[in-house]
Write a protein that binds this ligand. Sequence first.
Ligand code: 0O2
Ligand code: 0O2
Length: 217
Amino acid sequence: MVDNWEDFLIPYKQAVDELKVKLRGIRGEYLKTDGRSPIEFVTGRVKPVDSIKEKMVRRHIDEDRLEEDMEDIAGLRIMCQFVEDIYQVVDLLRKRTDITILEERDYVHNKKPSGYRSYHIIFEYPVQMLSGEKKILAEIQVRTLAMNFWATVEHSLNYKYQGEFPTELKDRLQSAAEAAFRLDEEMSEIRDELQETNRVDDTHNTRKPSDENSNLQ
Ligand code: 0O2
Ligand code: 0O2
């Protein structure tokens, strides 16, 4: 049993705070070295006690098994501009030595029935407590800005609606999720075409002097 929720959540809060600093640090490092980062912004939260209790009932999780069975008490979100950035961030997370990945769920290419898309990573993270090291479970959701827009609005509609959506509204939410994904695909295509245009321009620019030289010969 959890005697004191505030005390129980201390290592989770510590983990969220530490990981926000670390992940925002990666963004800073990218911006400094490359001028652009696959991480647009990072948010994080400790699951509120009411939501923990609601999920315990919904998922039949025993209070004594919370630490082992509830993976998202500490949750972070990484927002990216492009779908490709999601996989770059995931690769980066796989290489980190401060987190031990236990499970990956690719809802980007295997969307949930609701239309939801994101890449979820469940991992173990060691927190240094007064009493020594404590390993906790945590979750990082990696998604594009468009996926985040859809999930945020759908989540708040769901919350307000307090129950199952009528079928017609479910269908419309699913097609809104598809529209968001098409937007992601279109933005990636535009980026690729711009890069191609720049590459061709660069090739022309670097060729010019030698072209001029060959004219001189
Ligand atoms: P900046 O300079 O505003 O970018 P905290 O721990 O207090 O820093 P907290 O309480 O976790 O932040 O807030 P939250 O909601 O998790 O937001 C964290 C960061 O994400 C903040 O940036 C927000 O500005 C940024 N953010 C939230 N929503 C959006 C959004 O829709 N678009 C963009 N681009 N950023 C967003 P910083 O790093 O605190 O500072
Ligand atoms: P929060 O803090 O409100 O975001 P379950 O929680 O049982 O549905 P499971 O199998 O434990 O799911 O994990 P899953 O499905 O990999 O991830 C659950 C989390 O993903 C949810 O957390 C949401 O954050 C997000 N998510 C999954 N499906 C949807 C969806 O259809 N719409 C939106 N908006 N978000 C979704 P929680 O528990 O809801 O917590």
